[in-house]
Design a protein around this ligand. Structure first.
Ligand code: SAM
Length: 201
């Protein structure tokens, strides 16, 4: 977890500590969805509001933004959304327990030497594949053509099936915009979207 502390961070985190995921896959039978890099939580809180029949887990390694997502969750009274204060590499979930993984406007890490940090690097894809249920999906949105092209390539090479692809995702049709997405749309930057499924589905 990143603790480049802003004012009052620790007391703020303490006041929402009930939302911290305890590291176990919930024993609850509801479907589980995960967002990696939730930022201030605009996307995952709206999704959790829309789908009270499902459980949501948001991973965010920057505690300064995670605390804002957690405060929003508390203010909305959501009881089906929990947080992992850490990186995707420290997310340990039972095999086959996750129905969907969302990567929204992940850091692009454009330098080749930093490719291992991209959230669609093959090492991450192996982790996601293990977590997903048969037929589970990975969805990504980005403004970054380089990250998008890289992700399509490594997903395809890894045997994933690209089930949906949109090079200019529209605002409507049930799409939930993230904070970054809203900023990019305001600047006229197209949103790139894909949904990928594991082999065999
Ligand atoms: C560009 S922001 C996008 C935030 C949000 N998803 C949105 O679309 O508005 C990327 C976020 O991912 C987080 N992040 C980056 N790498 C991560 C990792 N390996 N694990 C968890 N969070 C990560 C960053 O701290 C940051 O909050």
């Amino acid at each position: 977890m990143r603790l480049r502390r802003r004012k009052n961070l620790l007391p703020r985190l303490q006041s929402v500590s009930g939302l911290i995921w305890d590291g176990r896959t919930p024993g609850d039978r509801r479907e589980l969805f995960v967002e990696v890099g939730c930022g201030m939580g605009g996307f995952i809180t709206r999704l959790a509001e829309k789908r009270p029949d499902c459980l949501f887990l948001a991973a965010e390694r920057d505690a300064n933004v995670a605390v804002r997502a957690m405060e929003l969750t508390r203010a909305l009274g959501l009881t089906n959304l929990f947080f992992h204060l850490g990186g995707a590499d420290t997310l340990e979930l039972e095999e086959g327990s996750v129905s969907g993984i969302y990567l929204n406007f992940s850091d692009p890490w454009p330098r080749r030497g930093h490719a291992h940090r991209r959230l669609t690097h093959p090492e991450y894809l192996v982790r996601y594949a293990a977590m997903l249920t048969p037929g589970g999906r990975l969805e990504m949105k980005t403004d970054n053509p380089g990250l998008f092209a890289y992700s399509r390539k490594v997903l395809t090479e890894g045997g994933w099936k690209i089930a949906a692809l949109d090079l200019n995702l529209s605002e409507g049709n049930g799409n939930i915009a993230t904070e970054y997405e809203t900023r990019f749309r305001e600047r006229g930057i197209p949103v790139l979207y894909l949904s990928a499924r594991l082999p065999g589905f």
